[in-house]
Design a protein around this ligand. Structure first.
Ligand code: NAD
Length: 503
């Protein structure tokens, strides 16, 4: 038996219960179907086979989940933080115990390669541990003395919140959003993406197994325009943490306007990796390849535009092309696979449409540009060269294993090109000139920048984008700023004179 056969056998064991009873919602601690009886199907991108039916929640299900979250809020808010910390650590322990099941299900549901997903499951556990340990200090504030008052600030959880997640690395992203909400003392209604519901269900089950009180975490599956929309409009939901496309963020802002919803958006990107001729070009090559072709390129922080200095461009692009042609596309559960299939036919059609666009734009397809096989949504990793920054392939988020390479002559031109996009999520700069790195990072329009590195996430640092890439930050204390309200109380320290009207 090969490793692939073994992994498929294990996966089938884990999927059996979903195949028998489908995926239910979890509301007020109870597993429930949508009262309407409606279901939708989730299919594997590997072979297009049915995985299982899923409860299709609508506005009524969101209302029930919100009611449960509202009722559970006071007790969860008032639970001593040390107890909350214990429960969150237990969730992390159980994630680690079930990491293999989570990784296998995530790969089958999304097409991501196992070599990356086994790490993503453990990262999810780390997210819980990190915020568990921050929970006891979440309410801390400041003491701001004035001549007459002792001014004290404290933070209080904002209330029940909605979390809406996308289909790319759905497990990791859900933990990233939900762990700080719970640590802050908020209760949650989670609406995961309809294309990848498996691990959201496992995660919610784990939370309950870990002793999370009923109603603190509610899961409602369904479509964006039904369940998602109602969640953003519900008056008892105080904030929406959303990860997804920029145009969906814009819609959510409109939907939440009547109830003055607080929003945090992590949206799309068209992130540049800028390689100067003085850089360590071998390391830059490794990083550029990793940041666009790992995770199938379905990654908001992917470096989808390579800006390469003229003087080294020919040699760099030749090596890049050879490496891209060598990337192993295959079954996501095969441990040697580097790229699996794209999530869904709709997304496959979008990504492959850019192969034609590239030709129309006048670019060269130096590698890839075609489907792999005729079952499943596999594409060959693709590299566009001879591109300019005004081309559609340089401006639109393709969200697949597709890199657009553009040449520049000097630093000024590189900066102009890097900033010439509606997005501003991440940037990657490769240079050994420290002064240039400082100048460039100061002027680059991006929320997160790495110099001489791929994206290495450090949990206490702020995560988020500028321009059309997002609103707000999370990570570290920034997550608490979103999920909590600042409260100020002024205590008079003496009998200061109070203006006496009508005396
Ligand atoms: P999407 O915007 O289509 O969907 C995301 C979620 O929003 C899904 O759960 C969907 O059901 C829901 N939704 C859709 N319409 C809605 C509506 N009207 N009201 C409420 N909810 C609605 O995004 P996607 O295709 O699932 O994910 C890919 C996108 O996510 C890419 O653009 C990617 O860059 C972005 N992303 C950003 C980050 C980041 O940190 N900046 C991280 C991951 C993904």
């Amino acid at each position: 038996m090969t490793d692939l056969d073994t992994n498929i056998a294990k996966l089938n064991g884990h999927l059996e219960r979903f195949r028998t009873s489908g995926i239910q919602n979890l509301i007020g601690g109870e597993s429930v179907d949508a009262p309407s009886g409606a279901r939708f199907e989730t299919h594997s991108p590997v072979d297009e086979s049915l995985i299982c039916p899923v409860a299709r929640g609508n506005a009524a299900d969101i209302d029930a989940a919100t009611e449960a979250a509202k009722n559970a809020f006071p007790a969860w808010r008032d639970m001593p933080a040390l107890e909350r910390r214990k429960i969150l650590h237990r969730i992390a322990d159980l994630i680690v115990e079930r990491a293999e099941e989570i990784a296998l299900c995530e790969c089958w549901d999304t097409g991501q390669a196992l070599r990356f997903m086994s790490k993503a499951a453990l990262r999810g556990a780390e997210n819980f541990r990190f915020f568990a340990d921050k929970a006891p200090a979440a309410r801390d504030g400041q003491n701001l003395q004035s001549p007459t008052l002792m001014n004290v600030t404290t933070r209080v959880p904002i209330g029940p919140v909605g979390v809406i997640t996308p289909w790319n690395t759905p497990f990791m992203l859900s933990t990233w959003k939900i762990a700080p909400a719970l640590a802050a003392g908020c209760t949650v209604v989670h609406k995961p993406a309809e294309f990848s519901p498996l691990t959201a269900r496992i995660l919610a089950e784990i939370a309950h197994e870990a002793g999370l009180p009923a109603g603190v975490w509610n899961l409602v599956n369904g479509f964006g325009e039904e369940a998602g929309k109602r969640l953003t409009e519900h008056p008892d939901i105080k904030a929406i943490a959303f990860v997804g496309e920029s145009k969906t963020g814009s819609m959510i802002m409109k939907q939440g306007a009547d109830t003055l919803k607080r929003v945090h958006f992590e949206l799309g990107g068209k992130n540049p990796v800028v390689v100067f001729d003085d850089a360590d070009l071998d390391r830059a090559l490794d990083a550029a390849i990793f940041m666009i072709y790992s995770l199938n390129g379905e990654r908001c922080t992917s470096s989808s535009r390579l800006l390469i200095q003229d003087s080294v461009a020919d040699a760099f692009l030749a090596k890049l092309t050879a490496r891209v042609n060598n990337i192993r596309v295959g079954h996501p559960l095969d441990p040697t696979t580097e790229i699996g299939p794209l999530i869904h036919k709709v997304h496959f059609d979008k990504v492959t449409s850019y192969f034609e666009t590239a030709k129309t734009d006048g670019a060269t397809i130096a590698a890839g540009g075609e489907r792999v096989g005729d079952t499943g949504w596999f594409v060959r990793p693709t590299l566009f060269t001879d591109a300019t920054n005004d081309m559609t392939i340089a401006q639109e988020e393709i969200f697949g294993p597709v890199l657009t390479a553009i040449r520049f002559s000097d630093e000024n031109e590189a900066l102009t090109l890097a900033n010439d996009t509606q997005y501003g999520l991440t940037g990657y700069i490769w240079t050994n000139d420290l002064t240039r790195a400082l100048r460039f990072t100061n002027a680059l329009e991006a929320g997160m920048i790495w110099v001489n590195s791929e994206n290495v996430r450090h949990l206490p640092t702020p995560f988020g984008g500028v321009k059309a890439s997002g609103i707000g930050r999370d990570g570290g204390d920034w997550s608490f700023e979103f999920y909590m309200e600042q409260k100020h109380v002024g205590f008079a320290t003496g009998q200061h004179s109070i203006p006496r009207l009508g005396a």
